[in-house]
Design a binder for this molecule. Structure first.
Ligand code: BEZ
Ligand code: MG
Length: 822
């Protein structure tokens, strides 16, 4: 296979561009939810349009539509209504043809029934979705096929892709006869098809699907962990793309007026008591209108109240938010670069250079001239000027073109621009990491500091020292931060990694109690499937640390893990090794808790069902040997001692309301804790390490902050709506994810839903805009807000509910009117 691939690459290199056939694959997940052509942080159709334009300019035979909208229309709409399909039907593969040519027919039929199957089919043929533009075919990857539980397919042995999925890739290889395929954005399903995790063979589905076809994969530069899976399992060459520019959230609407009042209040002469008292009344009213303070009772001492308010407004103003979506081939604007440099200087150096200096750098003034004789400043400005030069030019389309010439794509580390400017230039092949060096010395030190910060926040909220902490570990953050979250778990336990004389990880050791200075805290670790795949050595490290702690001859009140393990052992009569199992995850080959899919589909009645789903999926314990064994009772017992649950947030691009995985993991475990504790919730925290030294917030503080700085902030939503269809979908996802937090934690304040309704649904002009840009996603917003009301997460007044219902119906009518399959 390696030789065959090399030959195909050589053939690609030799082929004339004008004769080359290229397949570009877009994704559609979940299907039929206004989602066709989606990818993380990417404005897909604008990026595609620019890529096609550049290909045409470089000699490819590309028939380019007149506009981005026309391109999208031909792919997503086209003849879809006629076939009742999710996108344009480019061609149909007759069932007989499929039966004759499908090499793995029996295996597919065992899973999905007789050909042509139910997915993307009219009963007599299979649809290939997409459209051809000259020598470029833009196809829509078929979905996994499992409604409600698509992830079931992942890696499960004996499973198979759908007829449509296999036929799609066969059609690309054999009928369209592509010279290369470009998977467009993070991420699709191919590399998650069943088979071995590494060292794939002809019996593994990703290998069968991609064969020897050169596979290029445009991939978000901040996601090296899932990117690694695409490389390992689908032989992909990654071409990184930049995540959206970050910007300060800034203030808007009532917040601007509130800040002005606070400033006026502060500027009053000391003697002006009357004015100060009346202004305090105004400030309280303004703040309560924004749900930042209670309207009653009137403040008796406004000084601390206004001080707190002022801090809150400052946090909102200076929070970093992703600004819009990335467009491949479009470098950030001058203004955006200034904001990005500002964020990099702050996040990686704790420096706040004057905006005029950054503007001068972006204008191209020599950095040395700006710093006078200050050598530290001069060094920083030079670094920023270097970053700016890399941001100012597009490196992504040239790299795509080079890769399509069969050229070598240079390697690059993955990560966030703010902390790892070495990701620039993008347009490079993201590489992995050295598993023997995680967690790094820095991660161990940082982990101890963050753990301390978490404990302090919990104490400041009026609680005692926690006996047990539930922590969620993901692969991505650990890869990007050299294992800092692993360092936190070790610090809570009072343990550290051991390395051999070559500096390679060999296991764990305990920090003596007198050095630790507090009791060892019991840690219940739940990890993502991706963490499990990428960091097996670290699973053993954590399991060993837990076992060592349980075995240490220390008093129970100084070692909570031992205390709980001995109690479990006494009650259940198992060995100490079993009683000290604390690293939990999915069964081998499974991913996620499925709580996100239940919430997405609305297919649940009671919040406790979500917890049951979570526990079923995540109750596999990983011990010293690294093999998972299901221990549901042990997990439930461990969760019953949990005093707080938390997870880290490591990138500005991804908030807890941006993707559904946060409530799937942290939300899921929080609800499971509540059941295990007999209906008593434990506080949920987010360790925000996106900048500076890090901050710990309660989940409701985090949701409120994200709601105010993003969803309700015209700077954020206008940035999204600039990208039309995709922007509306992003807004919808935020609303759905917000409801996911209500469902799992109940920690979303009702004002969040009220203000979302006011911003997006009550204003007829806004409603009209959303409906025009993406009717499916707009209707989903209305229906989700109604669902949140029906589930009692907020209660609109009757008038508001009426408008919301009418908005939902109007959108649904429109949907039928435009003939988009619903
Ligand atoms: C992870 O890196 O572990 C992860 C990424 C996305 C979703 C869930 C987990
Ligand atoms: Mg979704």
């Amino acid at each position: 296979m390696l030789a065959a691939r090399a030959l195909r690459l050589i053939a690609l290199r030799r082929a004339e561009r004008g004769n080359r056939k290229v397949a570009i694959v877009l994704f559609n997940f979940p299907p039929n939810a206004g989602n066709t052509g989606t990818a993380a942080y990417l404005s897909v159709f604008e990026s595609l349009y620019r890529t096609l334009g550049a290909m045409r300019a470089e000699g490819y035979q590309v028939e380019l539509p007149d506009s981005v909208d026309a391109l999208r229309e031909r792919i997503v709409v086209g003849n879809a209504a006629r076939f009742g399909a999710d996108a344009n039907v480019h061609t149909r593969i007759a069932a007989g043809d499929h039966v004759r040519r499908e090499r793995w027919l029996r295996q597919i039929e065992a899973q999905w029934g007789a050909a042509p199957g139910k997915q993307q089919s009219d009963g007599s043929s299979i649809f290939v979705l997409g459209e051809r533009f000259g020598n470029v075919f833009v196809g829509i990857q078929p979905a996994f096929g499992y409604e409600g539980d698509p992830m079931r397919l992942l890696f499960e042995k004996g499973f198979a892709p759908t007829h449509a999925f296999s036929a799609f890739y066969r059609w690309l290889r054999e009928d369209f006869a592509a010279n290369a395929v470009l998977h467009f954005g993070t991420h699709g399903a191919l590399e998650f098809m069943p088979g071995k995790q590494t060292g794939l063979s002809a019996a593994c589905w990703p290998d069968r699907m991609i064969g020897d076809l050169p596979n290029l994969y445009l991939y978000a530069s901040n996601n090296p962990s899932e990117g690694t899976i695409a490389k390992r399992r689908a032989a992909a060459t990654l071409i990184s793309y930049l995540t959206p520019p970050v910007a300060h959230a800034g203030l808007y609407k009532g917040l601007v007026e509130l800040k002005a009042s606070i400033e006026r209040w502060r500027g009053l002469p000391p003697a002006d008591d009357i004015e100060r008292a009346s202004l305090a009344v105004v400030i309280q009213a303004q703040a309560s209108a924004l749900d930042l303070a209670k309207s009653e009772p009137a403040w008796t001492d406004p000084v601390p109240a206004i001080g707190k308010l002022s801090d809150a407004v400052l946090e909102l103003e200076y929070s970093l938010i992703p600004h819009g979506l990335h467009v491949v081939g479009e470098p950030p604007s001058i203004e955006q670069r200034v904001e990005m440099l500002q964020a990099v200087a702050d996040a990686s150096h704790g420096a706040r250079p004057d905006k005029s200096v950054l503007e001068a750098i972006v204008r191209g003034d020599a950095p040395e001239g700006l710093a006078s004789s200050d050598t530290a400043a001069s060094k920083l400005y030079q670094e920023l000027a270097g970053i700016d030069a890399l941001l100012a030019r597009d490196h992504e389309i040239p790299s795509i073109l080079h890769a399509l010439d069969g050229g070598f794509v240079r390697p690059a580390p993955g990560g966030d621009l703010l902390r790892t400017p070495a990701i620039l230039p993008t347009g490079r092949n993201l590489h992995g990491f050295d598993p023997f060096r995680i967690p790094s010395a820095h991660a161990v030190k940082d982990g101890a500091e963050q753990a301390q910060r978490l404990i302090e926040k919990h104490l400041a909220e009026g609680n005692g020292l926690p006996e047990s902490v539930a922590i969620v570990l993901w692969g991505t953050d650990n890869l990007k931060n050299e294992g800092a979250p692993i360092g936190q778990a070790l610090a809570l336990l009072g343990a550290r990694p051991r390395f051999d004389s070559y500096g390679r990880l060999t296991g764990a050791e305990l920090i003596p109690l007198d050095q630790l200075g507090r009791p060892r805290i019991d840690v219940i670790i739940t990890m993502s499937g991706i963490f499990r795949d990428l960091l097996p050595l670290q699973i053993k490290l954590l399991a060993e640390a837990c076992f060592l702690a349980a075995s240490a001859d220390e008093p129970a009140e100084q070692n909570f893990l031992r205390k709980h393990a001995l109690a479990y052992q006494a009650a259940h009569g198992c060995d100490l090794e079993t009683a000290s199992l604390r690293v939990f995850g999915n069964a081998d080959g499974a991913y996620g808790s499925n709580v996100n899919h239940l919430v997405e589909n609305g297919r649940w009645d009671d919040e406790d069902e979500l917890a049951e789903t979570y526990t079923r999926r995540k109750s596999f314990a990983y011990g010293l040997k690294g093999q998972p064994v299901q221990h549901t009772a042990l997990l439930k017992n461990a969760l019953s001692t949990v005093d707080l649950a938390y997870q880290n947030l490591d990138s500005v691009e991804l908030g807890v309301t941006t993707v559904d995985h946060y409530f799937d993991t942290l939300g899921g475990i929080s609800r499971a804790v509540r059941i295990a504790k007999g209906g008593v919730s434990a506080p949920v925290y987010i360790g925000d390490q996106t900048r500076g030294e890090g901050t710990v917030r309660t989940l409701s503080e985090q949701v409120a902050l994200e709601t105010r700085t993003r969803m309700l902030n015209p700077k954020w939503y206008e940035g999204m709506l600039k990208h039309g269809y995709e922007g509306v979908r992003q807004i919808e996802e935020h609303v759905t994810n917000t409801m996911g937090w209500s469902a799992t934690t109940g920690e979303v304040a009702p004002w969040v839903y009220r203000q979302l309704t006011e911003t997006f649904m009550l204003d007829p002009e806004m409603r009209e805009r959303l409906a025009k840009l993406n009717p499916v996603a707009s209707a989903k917003v209305a229906n989700r807000l109604i669902e949140a009301h029906e589930r009692k997460y907020w209660s609109p007044d009757p008038e508001m509910l009426d408008v919301l219902r009418r908005a939902g119906e109007e959108l649904e009518d429109r949907l039928e009117g435009v003939g988009v399959a619903a």
